[in-house]
Design a protein around this ligand. Structure first.
Ligand SMILES: Nc1nc2c(c(=O)[nH]1)N[C@H]1C(S)=C(S)[C@@H](COP(=O)(O)O)O[C@H]1N2
Ligand SMILES: [Mo]
Length: 249
């Protein structure tokens, strides 16, 4: 694990330029991944929505007065508890797996990367929705800084909470990973994320249902397959309750 100095991280991102997303989405690797998608729902959904279609964004006036917490709303891990009490000074996000340059970033480094703010609607399969304003770093910027290897097919999120005795985790494909509205958020409605909503860092994967939006993210891992992780279905709810891995909305 290399602690990449902030300056070289920013220089690396600047060198990639604003075209980074386009470049990756136009790559033969991504196209063949898309074309090879086996899942009928996924193919259909992508064909209808367009690969990079954006979900609607809302106005500040439309934000829900409170954004409820669901699933884990607290984290028992003692290191997490001491960090929560002091504003996460020693919290590190790892970017690992099939990358040329593994990263270990603190919150200040993450906030110094390009940022995106979006007001979106969260839909939980349990039958509730909420509109919130999220700010964070596009996952694409983190993946570009770490230089994902061509063999990577999925991005896995490792979380700090344990629910029903299991580590929460989730995974998405590279199309969703590089989607412009897929961000690692640190701020909700202008304030640091509350514990119930995933402090200090949680995913927003706006074209997917709520359970894909991993909270309390401590590591992001590029993998070729998620068969050996958890029970092999790609996520916590996929493993324990048979929820669909592809939860496109
Ligand atoms: N780490 C972790 N992430 C999680 C969950 C969880 O229990 N643990 N619950 C998921 C579900 S089912 C939903 S609907 C959303 C809820 O996000 P919220 O608590 O901010 O409303 O987080 C998702 N991400
Ligand atoms: Mo959910």
């Amino acid at each position: 694990m290399v602690d990449l100095p902030r300056r070289s991280l920013l220089a690396g991102i600047a060198a990639l330029g604003a075209g980074a997303c386009t470049k990756i989405n136009d790559s033969a690797a991504t196209r063949s991944l898309f074309e090879a998608a086996e899942d009928g729902h996924r193919n259909l959904h992508r064909a209808l929505a367009g690969k990079q279609g954006l979900v609607p964004e809302y106005t500040r006036a439309e934000r829900s007065p409170t954004f409820r917490g669901n699933g884990s709303v607290t984290v028992a891990d003692p290191f997490y508890r001491s960090q929560l009490a002091s504003g996460f000074p020693d919290w590190r996000l790892a970017v690992t797996g099939l990358v040329e340059q593994p990263l270990s970033l603190d919150l200040n480094q993450i906030k110094a990367l390009p940022q995106r703010t979006q007001i979106t609607r969260h839909d939980c399969v349990e039958g509730w929705s909420a509109i919130g304003e999220w700010q964070g770093v596009p996952l694409a910027a983190l993946l570009d800084a770490a230089r994902v290897k061509p063999s990577a097919k999925f991005i896995v999120f490792r979380c700090a909470d344990v629910l029903y005795g299991r580590d929460y985790y989730e995974s998405i494909d590279l199309v969703d990973a590089y989607h412009p509205q897929t961000i690692l958020a640190h701020t909700l409605n202008g304030e640091a994320l509350p514990e119930k909503n995933g402090a200090p860092l949680r995913m927003r994967i706006e074209r997917q249902l709520g359970y894909k939006h991993a909270k309390y993210v401590k590591a992001i891992e590029a993998v070729e397959s998620f068969a050996a992780i958890g029970q092999g279905r790609g996520g916590f709810w996929e493993d324990i309750a048979g929820y669909q891995w592809y939860a496109g909305i």
